[in-house]
Write a protein that binds this ligand. Structure first.
Ligand SMILES: [Zn+2]
Length: 180
């Protein structure tokens, strides 16, 4: 059985969330509310919960503090429910992915795109012949499915959810929780 993974990129009020089982995306949300994230943790047993841990650079503003509070909150919920959990600093995620740079959301996105390959991210395409009266299950373009191209397994993973997904790849590449 493939273990479910819940990946969380915390924000001030909404959070990047991806839930996978192997190469199957169970859920993906670039702006999940806190209750939704908690529900996934509670209802998913067994699972591995990966949460980005927040680190302040210089003086932390209220947004950073708030984000850090959510990060700790989700980790606490995971531990409370006996889920396997890893709390990963972004710098460790970046090191595992071998990316650098200060504003690196785009760099991480590019790294994930190349890791999983373009077909994984492709969106579905409707069959150009689907509206023709002669369209049948024998359609050479779609085989009757109505889609000339199927969506890749990561097609629905967007925005902050991509940053959440980075936690999973980093974990696979050896990133682990550190103390304190
Ligand atoms: Zn067709």
């Amino acid at each position: 059985m493939t273990t479910r993974r819940i990946m969380i990129d915390p924000g001030t009020t909404t959070h990047g969330l991806v839930v996978t089982e192997g190469r199957y995306v169970v859920a993906s949300d670039s702006a999940a509310d806190s209750a939704t994230v908690e529900e996934w943790i509670r209802l998913s047993a067994p699972c591995l919960v990966l949460v980005e841990r927040i680190q302040a650079h210089g003086i932390a503003g209220n947004d950073v503090i708030r984000t850090a509070e959510w990060s700790a909150h989700f980790r606490a919920i995971a531990l409370e429910h006996d889920r396997d959990c890893a709390w990963l600093y972004r710098r460790h995620v970046k090191r595992a992915l071998d990316v650098s740079g200060r504003s690196s959301d785009a760099v991480i996105r590019a790294r994930l795109r190349s890791e999983y390959g373009e077909p994984a991210w492709q969106t579905a395409k409707l069959c150009p012949r689907r509206k023709a009266k002669s369209h049948t299950v024998d359609c050479p373009a779609c085989g009757g499915s109505g889609f000339s191209r199927r969506a890749g397994w990561l097609a629905q993973v967007k925005g902050h959810a991509v940053q959440a997904l980075a936690l999973s790849l980093a974990y696979d590449l050896g990133a682990r929780e550190v103390t304190p």
